[in-house]
Design a protein around this ligand. Structure first.
Ligand code: ADP
Ligand code: MG
Length: 328
């Protein structure tokens, strides 16, 4: 690659997926017109080589895909419809042209799935590590607010999908390397780590109901995210250990390990939320129609702000901890 300009040329999309995009890549900034009656939802997340990923756990394609996926997951937790994204990338000379193209190929595949346009970014050089920062823009109807602060006493606490797979996948990748070989179960977990699926559909179903929901995406582990809901809403959350879906993890590892991954492993990008008992009854069939697994895992109870975990034998405070603490 000759220079930055040739690089930008290569990654400039040839097609436009969003009709309200007016000016994309190529000028000083992008222009789009917001949809009438909708609010704009914006988020940014950064991944640093050696801290958030390494070449021996993710391919270049997966690095790009994941950098966008973590942002789409934040949009999902707001019930938003994804629209646009921007990419700021700091590149060291350890990365070749083909790898950089693969990073953008990974982003483009996910962008295609969610009809997003790449509308800008920045390209700089770095000494050692690759740093990739993605900004995502989505929209929600202006009366929709799926906020962390919306949990109320008496609510059902629910979870989409299963958690812990990504942490299990990272564990397997660290043990066996990126080329495996992996068992069937391990393949599922490794893919959950490398190519997570943000829960856009689930977020939109909740947003479309027009009811009060508290919602948060699980990037730092169930324990951490449940605590964030509790703190933002100033409520006490009681999680029932026996209700946390661990089925596929328990087949292969002992229950304690499965539970640790589920509670403290990060990057599952499922959604945890709460709503009234009545509204939850409406949610279940709607999720079922879309093949989205949803489990009632707890309740919002009387008590001090925080999270408790109960099992047959005990009831204890569930600290935030999360990914970093657990895997240090
Ligand atoms: P400026 O000097 O005005 O910031 P640049 O030369 O940095 O312009 O960028 C030119 C165009 O390319 C802009 O539209 C910018 O948003 C886009 N762009 C630059 N780097 C990237 C990148 N890594 N990914 C996507 N778009 C990019
Ligand atoms: Mg620039």
């Amino acid at each position: 690659m000759k220079d930055e300009f040739e690089f930008i040329d290569k990654i400039t999309p040839k097609i436009k997926r969003q009709a309200n995009l007016i000016v994309g890549i190529g000028d000083d900034a992008a222009i789009y017109s917001p949809t009438v009656l909708k609010n704009q939802v914006v988020c940014v997340d950064t991944m640093v080589e050696g801290i958030h990923f390494r070449k021996n756990t993710l391919t270049s394609y997966q690095i790009g895909r994941k950098a966008l996926a973590i942002n789409i997951s934040d949009l999902a937790a707001m019930g938003a419809t994804p629209k646009f994204f921007l990419v700021s990338i700091a590149i060291s000379d350890k990365w070749n042209e083909q790898e950089l193209e693969q990073i953008y190929a990974g982003m483009n595949d996910l962008a295609d799935k969610y009809d997003m346009d790449l509308i800008g970014g920045d390209t700089v050089s770095s000494n050692e590590s690759l740093v990739i920062s993605v900004t995502a823009i989505g929209e929600v109807y202006s009366d929709t607010q799926l906020l962390r602060s919306h949990a109320q006493h008496g609510d059902v606490v629910f979870l989409t999908g299963e958690v812990g797979h990504s942490a299990a996948g990272l564990h397997v990748l660290n043990e066996k390397g990126i080329n495996g070989p992996f068992t069937k179960d391990e393949q599922v977990w490794v893919l959950a780590h490398q190519e997570p699926e943000p829960q856009i559909k689930a977020g939109q179903i909740l947003a479309n109901l027009g009811e009060r929901f508290a919602l948060n995406d699980i990037s730092d582990g169930l324990a951490s995210e449940a605590n964030e809901l509790a703190e933002a809403s100033q409520v006490s959350i009681l999680l029932d250990e026996s209700q946390i879906p661990l089925d596929s993890l328990k087949i292969a590892v002992d229950k304690t390990q499965a539970l640790k991954w589920a509670l403290f492993g990060g990057e599952d990008f499922q959604l945890i939320g709460s709503c009234s008992e009545q509204v939850f009854k409406k949610v279940q069939p709607l999720f079922q129609n879309e093949n989205i697994h949803v489990t009632r895992i707890g309740t919002v109870q009387d008590g001090p702000v925080g999270v408790e975990l109960t099992s047959d034998s005990k009831r204890e405070k569930l600290e935030k901890r999360g990914y970093n603490h657990f895997f240090k």
